[in-house]
Design a binder for this molecule. Structure first.
Ligand code: HEC
Ligand code: HEC
Length: 452
């Protein structure tokens, strides 16, 4: 039965190979110019242009979902993570990663990569979720969102790599919890990145980078918890805030970014800057990354030591992918909340509160909900501490775009999730800006935020 299930999964194939148009957000004028019959050279030329743009979009989607930029050399080659996934039975170490354990650390399964028969078996509970061999079959089917691994001849794994989708996609749970269709750009707030990295049998490379011992690294990884990752740790080596809590930040939305100037919670740069940063410095892909601001031993001791200000690999597997990757990311509109998930009448009234009495729109300018222009603020301007802002070059917080807030309720709000819900966010602004909002205005404002 176990092997039958594994075998069944192994034959599954990726279904989603068609280059469809982007979901949602198509301008009426745009489809008109695509659909007009090519009766003149002008329109034919225009169709070619749109065709090329859609091909770039599709390429960007593939990169976002499936490209590892050659980071198997790190996750497999250096950390030997694949050995912990396959387990001793397949030549690795330990018990191996069961599908139940994989789902338990928040990994998601892409239903579109599996055959109808496999999905049916999963729905009926007839796939053994306690057998690591099933995990290997899922990996072989390319069904684990953001993780890819090649099978070795002995049935185990050759290596493992990660993709952008690991942290920046989730699934709609349409098959069973954790299994469904991909939702690109939605932060996976169930994902325990620290627990996943801690599976690796050999963390000496991370320990050496941080000039710490492996046990300390494991303690730090365990402190992150679900939905968080610390991108700055590998620059400044700070693992904990002065209050002793983890220095990790929440995984942010990677949709609704078009029109937004600076990205990340502390505004490190534009989308293209951060994409190159992450692909090279965090995922450990093989590419090129240049940012002389990291050549600052006082502020970024780890980065300065490691030479992160100028990383050059030959071959370069990242730079040629940046244009299409950025194009795809900018195409991801913020999703609309499900009907019935907020009180529409109260939300309409809340819009006036947001733009008026509560003065939210002075920074969160609709419809991009961040400043058109330089979207950065000091900690004092928003009434919080400056621990995280001072870990970045501009020492400021970036005004978070508010579209699709409903996708990131889990884990709380603000960069570290310090406000457990929207009520806490509104209460913070109400007291910090002395807004004197009535109970009713607060409620309407919250309904409006839920509607974005
Ligand atoms: C291990 C998890 C992880 C992976 C993998 C990852 N990211 Fe991120 N990403 C984060 C975190 C955490 C942040 C927030 C960092 C910060 O603000 O300091 C972030 C921020 C971003 C942002 C800024 C979003 C905003 O709020 O403006 C973009 C864009 C982004 N990532 C794109 C990518 C791309 C493209 C890839 C693949 C090349 C990728 N990420 C891979 C965790 C990840
Ligand atoms: C002075 C500029 C400014 C004003 C005014 C302002 N915000 Fe913000 N807002 C920010 C910044 C900067 C952040 C990012 C803080 C962080 O991540 O630590 C933020 C974050 C948020 C978040 C968290 C988003 C997330 O995904 O974590 C919400 C919600 C929010 N603001 C709502 C509001 C509301 C409602 C108002 C009006 C009562 C308001 N803001 C007024 C600058 C502002």
């Amino acid at each position: 039965m176990l092997l039958a299930a594994a075998g069944m999964l192994a034959v599954a194939a990726i279904a989603n190979t068609s280059a469809g148009p982007p979901a949602g957000g198509r301008e009426p004028g745009m489809s008109q110019s695509v659909d007009t019959s090519a009766s003149t050279d002008g329109t034919r030329h225009q169709r070619q242009e749109w065709g090329a743009a859609l091909a770039t979009l599709e390429r960007g989607r593939r990169i976002f979902r499936f490209d590892t930029f050659g980071d198997e050399a790190f996750w497999g080659g250096t950390l030997r993570l694949h050995e912990a996934i396959e387990g001793a039975r397949f030549g690795g170490v330990g018990p191996g990663l069961t599908p139940a354990a994989a789902l338990g650390v928040g990994l998601k399964v892409d239903a579109d990569a599996l055959s109808p028969a496999t999905l049916d078996a999963i729905r009926r509970g007839r796939v053994n979720l306690n057998d690591p061999a099933v995990t290997l079959a899922l990996l072989e089917a390319n069904a684990v969102v953001g993780v890819s691994a090649r099978r070795a001849r002995d049935g185990g794994l050759q290596s493992v790599g990660i993709q952008c989708a690991l942290c920046h996609s989730t699934v709609d749970n349409s098959v069973v919890p954790g299994v469904g269709r991909r939702l690109d750009g939605w932060p996976n707030r169930d994902l325990n990145v620290g627990a996943i990295i801690a599976l690796a049998p050999d963390l000496s490379a991370v320990a050496n980078l941080l000039q710490a011992d492996q046990q300390t690294v494991r303690t730090v990884l365990a402190s992150w918890g679900p939905g968080k990752f610390d991108a700055q740790l590998f620059l400044d080596g700070k693992a904990f805030r002065p209050d002793g809590k983890t220095a990790a930040t929440l995984l942010p939305a990677a949709f609704g970014l078009a029109g937004v100037n600076l990205h990340t919670y502390t505004g490190w740069g534009g989308v293209a800057h951060w994409n190159a940063f992450v692909a090279n410095l965090e995922m450990h892909g093989q590419g090129t990354f240049i940012d002389s601001r990291l050549n600052d031993a006082a502020r970024f001791p780890v980065a300065a030591r490691a030479g992160f200000a100028e990383v050059r690999n030959d071959p370069d597997l990242t730079t040629s992918k940046l244009p299409a990757l950025q194009f795809y990311q900018l195409s991801l509109a913020a999703p609309k909340p499900p009907r019935g998930s907020f009180d529409a009448a109260a939300a309409r009234a809340g819009k006036d509160v947001f733009n008026g009495a509560a003065r939210c729109a002075t920074c969160h300018v609709p419809p991009i909900f961040t400043e058109p222009g330089w979207n950065m603020h000091t900690a004092a301007e928003i009434g919080i501490d400056d621990f995280q802002s001072t870990r970045s070059p501009d020492e400021r917080y970036r005004t978070t775009p508010l579209g699709g807030l409903f996708t990131r309720q889990k884990g709380g709000f603000y960069h570290d999730g310090r406000f457990p819900d929207l009520r806490a966010v509104v209460d913070h602004y109400n007291s910090f800006f002395s807004l004197s909002l009535s109970e009713r205005q607060k409620r309407e404002l919250i309904e409006y935020l839920k509607s974005l």
